[in-house]
Write a new protein. Structure first.
Length: 246
């Protein structure tokens, strides 16, 4: 099989001053049509029921041509996910509010949720299929690793500012808060009677519970340890014990 065309790499290697030629524009146009066709069919028919031949027909290209751009349906699914959710997360990190860590994390997740809410059928495909995709060619692993790293930067910044303890396992906490988000997303999209509204209050409470164990405790919140029961109770203990036996 011919090598897969990497449009992004080709564009990066091209001279910056030159505009794309006719052949390059044709390649990009085909890739856009392929992704548009795959997105439409995945939403309408589901991932399993859609074939690459149907995607090629919808994109108005030959079945063999499709494999020059994507090696499999999984590759196409990752491409679409990175296009859609990648843009949403990039915008979210670029517009972080100057607020506590919890609000910043929710700002990122809310951007992802908003996109899923606009395309629930495709979101269900993402949630069902992507956890099992092992795709090095289009970078699913790179995307998730980058997301965890950026969440980790927020957590590390909160630790350095004194909002959290300095000894926290940064990446482990980033994994945990994402797992909370993903479980909430699965529960929302997998409901027997799907709701059109994602319950963000529940997500907030769950992440707050996770973060609370890593916050610094103020001296006022630490109760002094008592040496034992008051002297009055210690003095009366033998008499109380005698009465209980009698």
């Amino acid at each position: 099989m011919s090598a897969i065309i990497n449009i992004d790499t080709a564009a990066a290697d091209a001279p910056r001053s030159s505009t794309p030629g006719r052949a390059e524009r044709a390649k990009r146009d085909k890739l856009r049509r392929i992704k548009r066709a795959a997105r439409k069919l995945f939403e309408q028919r589901g991932f399993e029921a859609t074939t690459t031949r149907e995607i090629a027909a919808e994109a108005d290209i030959g079945a063999g041509t499709l494999f020059l751009y994507a090696g499999s349906k999984e590759d196409l699914l990752v491409m679409i996910f990175r296009d859609d959710i990648g843009c949403s997360t990039d915008r979210a990190f670029a517009t972080l509010p100057r607020k506590p860590l919890l609000d910043q994390i929710l700002h990122v997740f809310q951007a992802m949720i908003a996109h899923h809410a606009a395309h629930p059928a495709l979101a269900r495909v993402f949630v069902k299929e992507l956890p099992f995709v092992r795709d090095d060619r289009h970078g699913m692993t790179d995307f998730i690793t980058s997301l965890f790293a950026r969440l980790g930067e927020l957590i590390d910044r909160a630790a350095r500012s004194g909002e959290l303890r300095s000894d926290i396992p940064v990446l482990a906490l980033a994994h945990n808060v994402f797992a909370i988000y993903f479980q909430s997303l699965q529960r929302w999209l997998g409901a027997k009677v799907p709701s059109s509204v994602f319950h963000e209050a529940s997500l907030r409470d769950s992440i707050e519970l996770q973060l609370s164990g890593f916050r610094k405790r103020s001296p006022r919140s630490v109760k002094p340890k008592t040496a034992g029961p008051p002297a009055r109770l210690r003095a009366n203990a033998p008499a109380m014990l005698h009465r209980s036996k009698s």
